[in-house]
Design a protein. Sequence first.
Length: 233
Amino acid sequence: MSNHQKRLSVPKSWPVERKTATFTVKAGAGPHGRDGVPLLIIMRDVLGYAASKKEARYALNQDAVLVNGQSVSDEQRPIGMFDILAFTEREEYYRVFPDEGGRLALTPIDEDAADGRLAKIEDKTNVPGGETQLNLHDGSNLRVESDSDYNTKDSIVLGNEDKDILAHFPYEEGCLVTAVRGQHAGEIGEVTDITVTPGSGSNTVAVEGDDTAFETVEEYLVVIDENFTGDDE
């Protein structure tokens, strides 16, 4: 199987130039599905920390690059929305956050903010033993007590070390959200109205921010709080 991916056919979220060359590296198996960006692209094309795959592999073999608190040695490891990247030797920390074009971008954060990652609850499943499994946006899952108050479309913050839930942001009117897909990707605002659509259609949501007001579908939104906007950096 080829390790290359045509640039013209990469997902719109990938932060790569599409017409500078024919091919780029293909993402390996892992979280985030097709939208996951290979770590090599982040290190080489976005940050400029490696000029080649060989240099990236050397850096990764020094255990100095962490993704969500875990050392990574595979340059094709998929990186996606809300992942936390740490370059320990440089003392640099980033959160992967969608920009206003919908492409994944890196937001610098403090080391203290790199201890946990945001995750959207996509759905819930009852599992044996009286527990509930939360299925998250990146393909991972987490088991909680069946009477826990976590609901679909809520967001949680997972600790990197023990995967404990550090924070819970319910999806409701008045919550702060960011659009991660669609023409309003990257925009941030407060939910002012949720319109339930009868049948199988998507519910629509009205969002208002300091400089923006828009309407989109629920699936395009993720609940956040002020610590995830980058405004405090």
